[in-house]
Design a protein around this ligand. Structure first.
Ligand SMILES: *[C@@H]1O[C@H](CO)[C@@H](O)[C@H](O)[C@H]1NC(C)=O
Ligand SMILES: *[C@@H]1O[C@H](CO)[C@@H](O)[C@H](O)[C@H]1NC(C)=O
Ligand SMILES: *[C@@H]1O[C@H](CO)[C@@H](O)[C@H](O)[C@H]1NC(C)=O
Length: 296
């Protein structure tokens, strides 16, 4: 069923964003995955950017981690209610909210891509459950964050997820779709991207898993991922208090990327939960960086 309301919203959203002249710069912020009582209102949002919150996570599993054949349920922090999504979007028309699919685990239960017995049924269940989540939570998009795959490599992941995104988009349930490979999962994500790049807006590659801590190392990792995906859709990323490059070296790396001809169209940060304790320093600096480079 086509949601007329959503269609209008999607269109209005892009008109608004182009009117405020955000120049296509986007901030991606994961939120709600770790159990910290984080709220949208705590996060500094600059209205000159397209600001995407990515809710972690919606999962195709029950509370014990058993697969549900494509029926997704929300497992993000309960402070992130439907009303709070509506409220942050009303305060900041440049905000979009995405649900990320899967993540690493639910508590001790590792979540995996499993090849469903019947792909069509899985896609249909996923479409209906995500449509319902999108309506309830006022969502604008989905992010794909499956992190564990069958060893044999030949899986239906690219087909099922690609068709799902295409359907959610052409039925105007969502406007935005992103993918989040990490260093061990680029294979299935490259297959997905090659088949469905037209409906994938950004690649939130988890550079912090590439184990580089210097600007030069970051540049080399970026060059590699840019050759595997599309350099214009690839976003540099940062893990707060996490792995990989830390502190000001991250911004030195961004400058180095620019000096080497990469345009930085956005930045992904994992995550707001961790930033609660440092006053969102890296969110502020990242948005400042993106705005600094917007006008040149
Ligand atoms: C991969 O799996 C599909 C579906 O099960 C099958 O049709 C195809 O032959 C397989 N390809 C290879 C190379 O094993
Ligand atoms: C929407 O996308 C699905 C999945 O790719 C496809 O089967 C269907 O034909 C598309 N419908 C339209 C109207 O484009
Ligand atoms: C942004 O530009 C200002 C003025 O040039 C500079 O002081 C500041 O360090 C820059 N911030 C970032 C994060 O690049």
């Amino acid at each position: 069923m086509v949601s007329f309301h959503h269609l209008i919203f999607c269109l209005l959203g892009s008109v608004l964003v182009s009117q405020i002249g955000c120049d296509g710069k986007v901030m991606m912020e994961y939120i709600g995955a770790t159990g910290a009582p984080v709220k949208f209102d705590s996060v500094p949002i600059d209205d000159g950017l397209d600001f995407n919150f990515i809710l972690g996570f919606a999962i195709d599993a029950d509370a014990s981690g058993n697969p549900q054949n494509g029926v997704f349920s929300p497992y993000w922090e309960s402070t992130l209610t439907p009303d709070s999504v509506a409220s942050i979007k009303q305060k900041h028309p440049n905000v979009k909210v995405l649900a990320s699919l899967s993540g690493w685990s639910l508590g001790p239960n590792v979540l995996r891509w499993y090849d469903p017995e019947d792909a069509a049924t899985w896609i249909s269940n996923a479409f209906s459950s995500l449509q319902s989540l999108a309506t309830t939570y006022h969502l604008d998009g989905i992010d794909i964050d499956y992190e564990n795959f069958p060893k044999h490599g030949n899986t239906s992941f690219a087909y099922c997820i690609g068709e799902l995104i295409a359907l959610l988009k052409n039925q105007s349930v969502i406007c935005t779709a992103t993918i989040a490979p990490y260093h061990l999962t680029t294979g299935p994500y490259i297959e997905l991207f090659n088949g469905y790049k037209d409906v994938i807006d950004y690649v939130n590659h988890q550079f912090y898993t590439d184990k580089v801590s210097t600007p030069k190392g970051y540049l080399e990792a970026f060059q590699l991922r840019a050759s595997q995906f599309d350099k214009d859709k690839l976003l540099p990323s940062y893990e707060v208090n996490g792995r990989g490059i830390q502190g000001d070296a991250f911004f030195e790396a961004l400058n180095l990327l620019q000096e080497n001809g990469f345009e930085i169209s956005g930045i992904m940060i994992f995550s707001a939960d961790e930033s609660l304790s440092d006053g969102f320093l890296y969110e502020r600096k990242s948005q400042q960086f993106l705005l600094n480079t917007t006008s040149v």
